[in-house]
Structure formats: structure tokens, C-alpha cells
Ligand binder design. Structure first.
Ligand SMILES: *Cc1c(COP(=O)(O)O)cnc(C)c1O
Length: 430
């Protein structure tokens, strides 16, 4: 049998760091990444035949678990009919109709292949539609790796950001303003200084790229008001939260709390592809009319609306819109985080948890954090011990403390109870 360590060594010879996306390399937590050979339902098996209860779910897409029969059937049928045509298909229209029926803030949607591509284009669209250049993003929110978004805060609100990646010229991020998440004062000040020049404000409504931090309702309400007053567009990046935290996505939760609330542009990915490369961005017919071939904002993609990916996404969405699906998923996720919290309490480990739908977060701190700075005060060593303790016991959490977790419909109560029991053992050693 080939071991994970042997595969990792072989991988590092031909792929930088041995991985095709950095977090997979286990750099944050140390140790050897598991090379996954197959998955079924809530489980994954590594190259050594070790089974794991999977709480990554491909970072969100696998909301039905792995190999759901209806999804598998749709993908197999689509593969028989052809892999890619570079011409329109009825299934793209069906998927667009399906998404729009669940997200009333969007009248039209365009399908692309990754969340990065969707978020990048949403910004281009916002700039093209407003004729403005500047944008606001929040520290700790990830919107993919488009150049203009690889940025950290500058030295004050009058200055714009600094690149966080080599290879991004400062001029490319000079229009990006980075603010603290949930900080109303900074928001007011930024609009006061830059309001007439702002094309958009982009946010992760529940930030899953700093574990699990909710944008507070008054914060979202104020962004909406300021955008309206200053003619900027409000972009909800729901690549992670879309069809994951609720059937209507996170925006449906904010619309319950803020009467009439809707973002101007929404970005989706992950769940809408059901595990295949598929993402999308949508808006009103008026704003989407700026896109080529109707308008002057250019965007294109050889594999956009791929027939197999759309079949996979469509079959996934049809399953999750069954009555009671999100209620059951929420109960399951809640059972997990409540159990983890009780296990931590029993050992006197400071711990806080939150969840929504099939997405959850936990922190080794007594109170839930409200921004990135606080998230990053987490005791890294303690998180790493917890991560490896669970991995050794067959439970696979995200290998970094700033990542959210995901529960699928395939997880059973027994899986969740086994996870809590494993956590109790690990906490007992703290
Ligand atoms: C995953 C993610 C992206 C990037 O999507 P990719 O498909 O990895 O390019 C963008 N925004 C958010 C909120 C995400 O979680």
C-alpha cells in the first residue's frame, strides 16, 4: 500500500508544496496531508484505508454527502450525452431558473466555473455599472484570489490597501479599501471620505473564511443605507453561504431581520455545483444588462455552464429544496456544535460555537469573535492539538483555525455522537 507520506513526497516533486490549493498542505496544523482515495455519504477514506467522518465536504459543496444517488445518476447521464459543447444548452437555462426561483434579489444570473471568477466579475460589473473604481472589502473575508482582492488594510482610512501576495502590483489594489468587519464607525468614515467614488461594498454575510463570524444585522442594514445614499452597489459574496445556511441563502436571513433587504449583486459557488466546478453571479436585469454581449462589461468562459457541472448542480438544488431539508440539516448541525460545547465545558476548556443551516464554527475562546483580529487571537497550538486529536480518531475537520465546518444531510446522529465522544477524549487531555 502507498502511504500518505509517500504520496506527499511524490506530490511535492511535481506540484508546488504537493497541493493544488495551499490549505490542503496542512501547513497551519503540521503533519502529513491525507490523500483521499474515495468518499461515500459522510465519510472519506485515505490512501491507507483509514476512514474519516468528513466535516469539510469539499469546503462546502457536498451538502448531500458524497455520491448521493440522484446526483450521481444525473452526472452519469450527462456524461453520456457529452462533456462540453461550447454552445448553449437547455440545462443551463434550467439551472438559472432554479437558482433565480430561490433568490428573489436576482432577476438574471451568469454561470462561471469558480468562485474566484464569479467574485472577480461581480466587481468588474459593479465598476462598469457605476462608472466608479473604488471598492470596500472587510478584513477576514475571502472572495477568491483576483488581484484586486489580495489586499490588507493600509495605514488609515484615507489610504488604500497593500497587496498580501507577491505578484500583485500596488497600483492594482490602490482602489481597494479594507475595513474591519462589524465596525460601524470605520464604515461611516469610509463613506464620508470616499462615498462618491465607491463602486461597491463586498461582504461575506456570514464570514466562513474567518471560521464563522456573522455580519451583525445593524451593520448590514447600515451598509445597505449608505450604498443607497451614495449610489454604490452592495455585493453579497454567498459562495460559501449560498444554499448552505438556508434555502434562500444568507440574504434570506437578513431579509427576515431587515424589511425589504436585498443585495444588489450576489455571488454563488460551492453548493450550486454540488462538487463540480461551477459558480455564478446574479443581479437585477438592469445591472446584468451591462454584461457582454448586451453591454460593455466583458466576461466569457470556455467551460462556463458546463453540461456535467450543471447537471450536478441542478440535481443537488432539487434535493435541497425538498420540504424540511434545511430544518433537518440545522438540527443535525446544532446537535454537533452543542455536543462539542458540552464536551469542552466538561473539561473546562474555553469554547464558543455557532451554526446556521449546515455550516458551523467553533472557537477556543469564551465569547464568539466579531472580527478577524479577535479570531486570530485564538490559541493556535490548542487548535492544532484538537485538530490532530480528532483526525487520529477518524474525524476530519478543516486543517486551519480560520475555516468553517460543514455538516451534510448524509451525517447520521451516530456519526455526530461519535464525533462528540472523540472531542470529549481530546478535551480530557487538555
Ligand atoms: C470559496 C470561496 C470563494 C472562492 O471560490 P473558488 O471556487 O475557490 O474560487 C470566494 N468567496 C467565498 C466566500 C468563498 O468561500
Amino acid at each position: 500500500m502507498t502511504t500518505n507520506a509517500e504520496l506527499f513526497e511524490r506530490a511535492q516533486r511535481v506540484i508546488p508544496g504537493g497541493v493544488n490549493s495551499p490549505v490542503r498542505a496542512f501547513r497551519a496544523v503540521g503533519g502529513t496531508p491525507r490523500f483521499i482515495s474515495r468518499a461515500d455519504g459522510p465519510y472519506m477514506w485515505d490512501a491507507e484505508g483509514q476512514r474519516y467522518i468528513d466535516y469539510i465536504g469539499s469546503w462546502g459543496p457536498m451538502i448531500l454527502g458524497h455520491g448521493h444517488p440522484a446526483v450521481l445518476g444525473a452526472v452519469q447521464q450527462a456524461a453520456l450525452e457529452g462533456f462540453s459543447f461550447g454552445a448553449p444548452t437547455e440545462r443551463e437555462v434550467e439551472l438559472a431558473e432554479e437558482i433565480l426561483s430561490l433568490v428573489p434579489s436576482c432577476e438574471q444570473i451568469r454561470l462561471v466555473s469558480s468562485g474566484t471568477e464569479a467574485a472577480m466579475t461581480a466587481i468588474r460589473l459593479a465598476r462598469g455599472a457605476t462608472g466608479r473604481s473604488k471598492l470596500i472589502k472587510f478584513e477576514g473575508c475571502y472572495h477568491g484570489h483576483a488581484d484586486a482582492l489580495l489586499v490588507k488594510a493600509g495605514s488609515g482610512l484615507a489610504t488604500f490597501g497593500n497587496p498580501t501576495s507577491a505578484g500583485v502590483p500596488p497600483e492594482v489594489v490602490q482602489h481597494t479599501l479594507v475595513l474591519e468587519y462589524n465596525n460601524l464607525e470605520q464604515l461611516e468614515e469610509a463613506f464620508r471620505l470616499h462615498g462618491p467614488d465607491l463602486a461597491c461594498v463586498m461582504i461575506e454575510p456570514i464570514a466562513g473564511n474567518m471560521n464563522f463570524v456573522r455580519a451583525q444585522v445593524p451593520f448590514v442594514r447600515r451598509i445597505r443605507e449608505l450604498c443607497d445614499q451614495h449610489g454604490a452597489l452592495f455585493v453579497f459574496d454567498e459562495v460559501m453561504t449560498g444554499f448552505r445556511v438556508a434555502l434562500g441563502s444568507a440574504q434570506s436571513l437578513y431579509a427576515q431581520a431587515i424589511p425589504g433587504f436585498a443585495p444588489d449583486i450576489s455571488v454563488f459557488g460551492k453548493v450550486i455545483g454540488g462538487g463540480m466546478p461551477l459558480a455564478a453571479f446574479g443581479s437585477s436585469r438592469r445591472i446584468m444588462g451591462h454584461l457582454a454581449p448586451l453591454g460593455t462589461v466583458y466576461q466569457a468562459g470556455t467551460l462556463s455552464g458546463n453540461p456535467i457541472a450543471t447537471a450536478c448542480g441542478l440535481a443537488t438544488l432539487r434535493e435541497i429544496r425538498q420540504p424540511g431539508f434545511f430544518e433537518a440539516l440545522s438540527v443535525k448541525t446544532r446537535r454537533l456544535v452543542d455536543g462539542l460545547k458540552a464536551a469542552a465545558d466538561a473539561s473546562g476548556v474555553p469554547f464558543s460555537v455557532d451554526s446556521q443551516g449546515g455550516m458551523f464554527g467553533f472557537f477556543f475562546m469564551p465569547e464568539l469573535p466579531q472580527n478577524y483580529g479577535t479570531v486570530m487571537t485564538t490559541d493556535q497550538a490548542r487548535f492544532n492539538r484538537f485538530f490532530h486529536g480528532l483526525l487520529d480518531r477518524g474525524v476530519y475537520l478543516a486543517p486551519a483555525l480560520y475555516e468553517a465546518g460543514f455538516v451534510s444531510a448524509a451525517h447520521t446522529d451516530a456519526d455526530i455522537d461519535a464525533t462528540i465522544a472523540a472531542a470529549r477524549e481530546v478535551f480530557a487531555h487538555e
